[in-house]
Design a protein around this ligand. Structure first.
Ligand code: GLV
Length: 334
């Protein structure tokens, strides 16, 4: 019998085809996620799940995934999956790193530029027919070039944003739970500083940290107060890293100058306060949304599933220890 795979939401058809070549596929071909109960009903008898960031794999859900070998998330972030619970249950978890690094960094930089130069506001002004004369201070913004860029989280995407910042001759600061290797710091010209110093000194702060219990609300009232009144905050990581209510206050009071946000605390809901602010540039979680990159993400998730179900090590595992454990068990049995 062929192994079976559940795909919880619509993905690119090429990836569905790849999976159908080897497996029986139950494809929930819509953009509405499956509520936990429905997911658990459909996952019965399946050996793999292709999931998206809106699918919540809590310890309770994971405890009921009998026979599932792998959850393949079509995203680099995997805060929707309780990985320790999956690991305990012997379930592999994979994500889609690397293929989206530059695309997401491009969007972070687009938000930096759009916020600094008030692009959305300017576009609205023109489209609404309000442009009837040239004025010396019409829609004046902030410079990006030669400014200080503070990167919170110098992982793959943070580094790609730093490289873009170098192209704009920016001074690069970064903070992270761990200091990057010296050669990385040298390549990027990035200086490791405590978060408080980064917030005080940066003209633009860009967030690239995963969402974990220690990064939830990493940026709140106190941190926003440390920033310059001319500073811009950009978030393309996960919404809950920023206390959204505190950010609304800071933007309203001009504690900071502007924010460019791709991610929100309660997606797809956006804090109503943000919607009223001209200095908030808001886009609907499109960091990796190019045709080429989304296709690569779907294909990588399908490859992770194929490998796991065909006895090969999936290329991008989040919990490789589960694989090593099963390998050593097989060796012992063999
Ligand atoms: C998108 O947010 C991702 O994690 O890939």
């Amino acid at each position: 019998m062929r192994p079976s795979v559940l795909i919880t939401k619509r993905i690119f058809p090429e990836a569905v085809e790849l999976l159908r070549q080897h497996f029986d596929v139950e494809y929930h071909d819509t953009d509405d996620g499956l509520p936990a109960e429905e997911l658990l009903r459909r996952v019965k008898g399946k050996q793999a799940v292709v999931a998206q960031l809106t699918d919540k794999f809590t310890p309770e859900v994971i405890a009921q995934l009998d026979g599932v070998k792998i959850i393949a998330n079509v995203a680099v972030g995997y805060d929707n999956i309780d990985v320790p619970a999956a690991t305990r249950a012997g379930i592999l978890v994979s994500n889609t790193p690397d293929v989206l690094t530059d695309t997401t960094a491009d969007l972070a930089f687009a938000l930096i530029l759009a916020t600094a130069r008030r692009l959305f506001e300017a576009n609205k002004f023109l489209m609404e027919g309000k442009w009837n004369k040239w004025a010396i201070d019409l829609l004046v913004g902030q410079d990006v070039h030669h400014q200080t860029l503070g990167i919170i989280g110098l992982g793959r995407i943070g580094r790609a944003v730093a490289r873009r910042g170098r192209g704009f001759q920016m001074r690069i600061l970064y903070s992270d739970a761990r200091r990057a290797p010296e050669e990385v710091e040298q390549e990027l010209g990035a200086v490791y500083v405590p978060l408080e110093d980064l917030l005080r000194e940066s003209d633009i702060v860009s967030i690239h940290t995963p969402l974990t219990e220690s990064t939830r609300h990493l940026i709140g009232t106190e941190q926003l107060r440390l920033m310059k009144p001319t500073a811009i905050l950009v978030n393309t990581s996960r919404g809950p890293v920023v206390d959204e209510a505190a950010l609304v206050e800071a933007l309203r009071n001009r504690t900071i100058w502007g924010a460019g946000l791709d991610v929100f605390e309660n997606e797809p809901k956006v804090h109503p306060g943000l919607l009223e602010l001209p200095n908030a540039v808001l886009v609907p979680h499109i960091g990796s949304a190019t045709v080429a990159t989304r296709l690569k993400m779907c294909m990588l998730a399908a490859e992770n599933v194929s490998a796991a179900l065909q006895g090969r090590k999936p290329p991008t595992l989040v919990n490789p220890e589960v694989w090593s454990r099963s390998e050593s068990r097989q060796d012992a049995e063999g």
